[in-house]
Each structure stands twice: as structure tokens, then as C-alpha cells.
Design a protein around this ligand. Sequence first.
Ligand code: UN1
Length: 476
Amino acid sequence: MKPILIGGEWITTSHGVKNINPSDLSDVVDIYAQAGRAETQTAIEAATHAATTWGMSNPQQRHDLLHRVGDEILARREELGALLAREEGKVLPEAIGEVTRAGQIFLFFAAEALRQKGDVLASTRPGVGIEVTREPIGVVGIIAPWNFPIAIPAWKIAPALCYGNTVVFKPAELVPGCAWALADILHRSGLPAGVFNLVIGPGSVVGQAMLDDPRVNAISFTGSQATGARVAKASLPFLRKIQLEMGGKNPLVVLDDADLDVAVHCAVDGSFFSTGQRCTASSRLIVTEGIHDRFVGAVADRLATLRVGHALDKATHIGPVVDAAQLSQDVDYIAIARSQGGLLRFGGEMVRRETDGYFLAPALITETSPDMRINREEVFGPVASVIRVRDYDAALHVANDIEFGLSAGICTTSLKHATDFKRKAQAGMVMVNVPTAGVDHHVPFGGRKASSYGSREQGTYASEFFSVVKTSYTAA
Ligand code: UN1
């Protein structure tokens, strides 16, 4: 049984939970010790205790530690990628890509540790000088989702440590393996005891204990809208700083003048790669009349060439759905779309393979309208629907007419429409002739409307969340 990490000590608890491979339900990745409320409180205590010293630590020390972590992740990318593929179901090349991203994020924030700068300004009062500096917040609670088992923890943990905070990390219950491997690397990097703590367990116990504890000064969360709202409500009484990344219902607009190959690539990658289990996935394909039939035909043809199967099988393009609950949600939404008039143009059926896993053929649903549930609610699976529109103006309207605003894409060769879309898309990220999903690691990530709350993740913008500004006045 793999232990949890509290105050620099590996601790085994009385209760362990199996980590099952979604490509092969007979394959148990490992068993992971579960934290309860008491262990979570002890972890918060340890992080609180470590916060003062770590908050004052030398930037070179932070740089060296984060660099060591990044280097080890990159050196072990194949092995960690295989672990990720095994526990989450992402195909091996995607999993190795995600591990690489995690390593690069640690190296990025290693360098940022040496670039912690502020401003010096003249005061309006004679003889007074002003300095604006950034300081750590203190204890940061990190609650991560299952769909990026190492990259999302990395892009929360690395900046938290870079800016001098201590961390209590709760990974998603479905993916403790990558979380444990990352904790092991952080532990061996030489971080002082208590600076980083790993508590594995259910959200209702571990997450709740974090939410209830006033010593947790900030929470960075990625997950569902419903849980995000709980984090916000529980944090309000303490006026705790929060950063929430939640759902998406991302549009990909395809205009008549699009390069068909580019559009098909963007749609297939954005909608179905990583089994569509990305909050940045393109789930609404909004297509103008002149290209609609050619586009739908070409996407269906492309899907027919993709193999669904075991994530570690080299022939596989699309891995399994993560678990039984997600699979039944996907299947339900396909049925709902059909019952409301959608046409299942491709896939959507469960697939049998040599191993018993949660395999679902990617589903392309056509003849849908913007008001149908399939076009309003996040599915989080390999399911995309096509909405036919008259022209660019109608496409832009449909793209924006949604409660979410994470990523919005357009495929066009028109500079005029691309420029207009970049200005008017109500989304945190806009993609022109590139998929809505699959973002760079060094630039801000986040959305608008119901997709996100709080300041951006990643890149130098991460400092807004993971530090607090101080304005000092000095009379000489
Ligand atoms: C990506 O598209 O590369 O949960 C990243 C998610 C997002 C990350 C997407 N927070 O899917």
C-alpha cells in the first residue's frame, strides 16, 4: 500500500483503495492509503508550521528544488507516462506528452523563482518612497481533477511553491498514482518537511476538511461546476482566496472558406483525443451551410480510421473512458441527443476489446440545434455535436450563447473573420485554425463566465493567485 505524505513523513492509514486501470479492469495499478479528516488536519497543521520559514526561503533554493523536480519528471517521462496511461486511460503518446508538460512547468517556475520582482514608485508626498512587492499567501489547498493526473497538479503545485507557499494537495480519487509519484519526487528533492503534503481520499472527507479549515489561506481547484460552487461557498465565511477552473462547452466554428483538412484535424483532435475528457474539448461544432456536408463526411471518414482500445496498445488512438459512471453519463447524453432529434452520424456504441475496459466509439451527432441539452451541458466524453448555421454572424452568436466561456475556436482562411472572432468570442482562450484543447504551458490558462473564477493559472500570470501584493511607504 502506498502511503500519504504529511509533514515530511510517509504515513500508512488503516484504509486503502485500489487504483483500477480503465483499459483493463482486472489490472490493479496499486493500493493507496486513504487520509481521513484527522490526517487532513494534521497535514494542514504541518503546512501552517512550515509556511513562515518557507515563505522567507532563498529564491535560489526554490529554483534549485523546482529544477530538480522538473529534471526528474522529464528524465522519467516514459515510465511516468505509462503509469498515467494505465491509471487514467490516456493513450501512451498523449500521456508522455502530459508528463513532459508537467516537467516543463516545474522548469518554468524554477526560473520564475529567480524573477520575483516588484515596483519602485515615487510617492505623491515629498521624501517618501514606495515599493510594491509580492509575498506568499501561506497555506494553499490544491484540489485536482482526474483528467490531467500530473499536468494540472504540476501547474498548481509548482507556482504555489515558487512564490513561497506551502501546499496540501488532494488528488482526484481515480488517479492517485501520478499524484503519489509526484509527491515522491518532491519529497526526495529536498523540500523542508511540511512544505508539501499529499492527502489522498474522497472529496467529501479530505476536500471537506480542507474547506472547513481557516488555516487554509487559498484553494486552487479544477473540477466540476457543482464542486466549484461548494468551494466558493465554503470559502466565503473565511474570505479565503480561491481560483476555480470548471466546465466548458467549447465551440469550434467552421466557415465555408476553411481549409477542410485543417478543420477536420481541429475537430477530431479537439473533440475526441484524450477521449474528449478535457474541459477545453470542442463539443459544439458550429458549421456554415456551404461546407457542412463535406465537413461532416470528412470527420466521419477520419473517425472510421481511429482505433479505440487499451491505452498502452500502440495501435490505439483513443483510450477508454475513465470509469463506469463517466461512461454511463456519455451514453446517456448520446441517447438524450437522439431523443431530442439529433442524428447519430458515427460511433456512440460501446466497443469490446481483448481486455474488459470502458471503451466507447467516438460519437458524432448531427442535425442538432443550440437549445438541445447536448449543446448546453458538459458531457466530458468522446461526444461532439454539429450545429448547422447560415453564416459567420450566426456562428458567432451560437458560439457565445452559452453559460460557459473557456476556449473558443474558428477554422477559416478569412483574416477578417478570424480577427473579428478573436475580438468577440466570449472565452478565456481563442484558437484560430488550431484545436480548442491542448494548450501551451507558459501562458495564461483560464476562462470566463461559468467556466472560471479568480485569476489565471500558468505562465507569469500565476503570480496573481499564488502571491499577495504589499505596498510599503518609507520616509528617508
Ligand atoms: C489542455 O487542453 O491542454 O481540465 C488543458 C481540463 C483543463 C486543462 C486542459 N483544465 O481539461
